[in-house]
Design a protein around this ligand. Structure first.
Ligand SMILES: O=C(O)CCC(=O)C(=O)O
Length: 288
């Protein structure tokens, strides 16, 4: 069954902007209700981390009453970046709430407007708890395609969505418009965050202006996988919670080396669209 349209379809002007600039902001694409399943999944993970920190004797209070943007930041307030990085700079758990978000019809409508209605959700999706003071929160200039250099030339679209307002204090995305027309630049693995991001040198960035993209919670920033982008450190006291999801046409490489993606929408083969059970079982398509 094709899920009902979520009315996230783009206007001609929005499509034109994306084609010309390589990115697009869709303010308030998702409501708080749309985000709730993912927020619950993140909350579940934070509770698991609090339990572990407590059992390891690193904290004496699990801060169960703290609000979503604060709790994880406060749990690590007196701990080290290494303590935090034990849990990873980004998370890719198979918790049902993430599948609900990745299958949200509003997101799929927007992506369909750009690349058609045969949509595969790329296995690379990240939940990013950008906590203050951890160097790995700031992501260096890169092109997403540096993570899949051998994939074919068909588009991979990142859909970046903050669960809290993202701004220049807590480290919003920054982008270089029109760089989606560039080839994949020679990248290196940075060594200062301890997590090995792919990164570009300043000398490779060219003269294109940098645009900061502060956006309210639930907005979406869509960008092409060749578009140069980065994010700045989190200088606030709260977590800059975001997700980056990726979608591609079904004729792009499914990239099994990164995990198992799933058929998110298909007009040709609607019965093959993956269900939650398929996704939890790491099956990319539904079969009876
Ligand atoms: O969320 C961030 O800070 C960076 C995201 C990013 O680089 C990406 O989605 O490729």
């Amino acid at each position: 069954m094709i899920k009902q349209s979520g009315s996230g379809s783009l206007t001609t002007e929005q499509k034109q902007f994306y084609e010309e600039q390589g990115y697009l902001i869709i303010p308030h694409l998702l409501s708080q209700e749309d985000l709730s399943s993912a927020r619950d999944a993140m909350t579940q993970k934070v509770s698991m981390i609090a339990d572990e920190l407590f059992e390891d004797g690193l904290i004496t209070d699990k801060l169960e009453d703290r609000p979503f943007p604060n709790r994880l930041a406060e749990l690590f307030q007196h701990l080290t970046a290494e303590n935090f990085l034990k849990y990873g700079r980004s998370w890719r758990d198979r918790i049902p709430g993430y599948f609900t978000l990745m299958s949200n019809p509003k997101i799929l409508d927007a992506v369909e407007s750009l690349i058609g209605g045969e949509l595969f959700a790329n296995p690379v999706y990240n939940v990013r708890p950008k906590v203050p003071r951890v160097a790995a929160g700031a992501v260096p200039w890169h092109q997403d395609k540096s993570y899949w250099p051998d994939a074919n030339a068909n588009p991979v679209i990142t859909v970046w969505i903050p669960l809290v307002d993202a701004n220049e204090v807590n480290g919003c995305l920054h982008i270089k418009p029109q760089t989606h027309r560039k080839r994949v630049l020679k990248w290196h693995r940075e060594t200062y965050t301890g997590t090995g991001y792919t990164a570009l040198k300043d000398s490779q960035l060219g003269k294109t202006e940098t645009v900061a993209l502060p956006v309210p919670a639930g907005s979406a920033i869509l960008f092409n996988d060749r578009c140069l982008h980065m994010s700045t450190p989190n200088l606030s006291h709260e977590v800059r919670w975001s997700v980056d999801l990726r979608y591609q046409p079904t004729d792009q490489d499914p990239m099994p080396q990164h995990g198992v993606g799933f058929l998110a929408r298909s007009h040709k083969y609607p019965t093959r669209v993956a269900t939650l059970s398929d996704w939890l079982a790491e099956k990319s398509e539904h079969s009876d």
